[in-house]
Design a protein around this ligand. Sequence first.
Ligand SMILES: NC(=O)c1ccc[n+]([C@@H]2O[C@H](COP(=O)([O-])OP(=O)(O)OC[C@H]3O[C@@H](n4cnc5c(N)ncnc54)[C@H](O)[C@@H]3O)[C@@H](O)[C@H]2O)c1
Length: 362
Amino acid sequence: MSLKSFEEGSVFNQLSKSSHQNVVFCSDEDTGLKAIIAIHDTTLGPALGGTRMWTYSTEADALSDVLRLSRTMTYKAAISGLNLGGGNAVIIGDSSTDKTEALMRRFGRFIKNLNGTFITAEDLGTNTKDMEYIRMETQYVTGVPETLGGSGDPSPIAAKGVLMGIKACIKEHFGNDSLVGRSIAVQGIGQVGENLVHLLREEHAKVYVSDINEDRLMRVAAKYGAQAVSNNNLLDFEFDVYAPCAMGGTVNSQTIPKMKCAIIAGSANNQLADEDVHGRMLLEKGILYAPDYLINAGGMINCYSELSGYSRKRTMQLAENIYSATRNVLQKSASDHIPAIRAADIIAEKRIADIKKIKGSY
Ligand SMILES: NC(=O)c1ccc[n+]([C@@H]2O[C@H](COP(=O)([O-])OP(=O)(O)OC[C@H]3O[C@@H](n4cnc5c(N)ncnc54)[C@H](O)[C@@H]3O)[C@@H](O)[C@H]2O)c1
């Protein structure tokens, strides 16, 4: 193999194809730290993104995840009108056995060395305690506990944003955004899902819930007066809205033909298994899709607010803006006859290009 060609999927192959501004590999033998920080774009501001700790099978898998996640953060910030860029970090390891104070603080030193171009927050496998350790080494971290001046748990804000996305879709489809009597299936009733069920019931929607955790399913169903549905045949039922709030990839070539819902709008990241293929399939089937990175931006909005002095009221207002942003995307999707995810990408890319131009002019 010549030095000019890289093996498909290899670390160098992925880097050669990516459009990231900076990718930093962090390694420390003493603490066992192996991490990658990817900064995708800082046109709009410093790159903000979570730190995920996960047992990746290969280093190439870890790189692929961090490149994809950081790019999504760029689009999420851009479409939400935030003055932030997109970045993300992954630590390779088992969060239940490999995580130590020293490892998190060593990782914090790597973030410090990036001089504010990357700001992190919690993600899968990390929590507010870990953010506290990072904070001991650098100021460039959000999501620290409320007792330390942070914004605390972002999931109520994330759920509020998803509610706004659902209401915007309901308005587009039914002509008014009342949720009274609308049927909504929430798949995954964890931190975001449970908050969403609460908000939906307050608006008198008929809520159906499913989760792989039976105890949680029964508890949440009873607490909010929702109906529990088996996770295996959730898509066999007819709902107005399917709200995926667990894992990604549930909207795919196998599930779309079975779907009887009018709308898909939930918090899960990367809901479409393949954005191009499945975005187009939804458009052709007439199912409205609220782009995941737009309506689940509440977590990022929460971090953004923390950076500028946290105010719950202002944060809620920013989350409420997701309603008009979703309506813009759906209208562009309808008028240009393009998938909603593509319409969202175009709007986000235009904001970045416009700001890049004005930044280049002084
Ligand atoms: N927490 C946030 O602030 C936030 C912000 C933006 C996006 N998200 C995304 O929203 C989703 C949910 O996040 P969360 O913080 O509520 O997670 P969580 O871990 O608290 O809850 C996930 C729930 O989904 C259930 N679940 C897992 N696999 C399932 C399956 N196959 N079918 C049905 N249920 C399943 C789990 O049992 C759990 O109850 C994730 O994709 C996350 O990336 C979260």
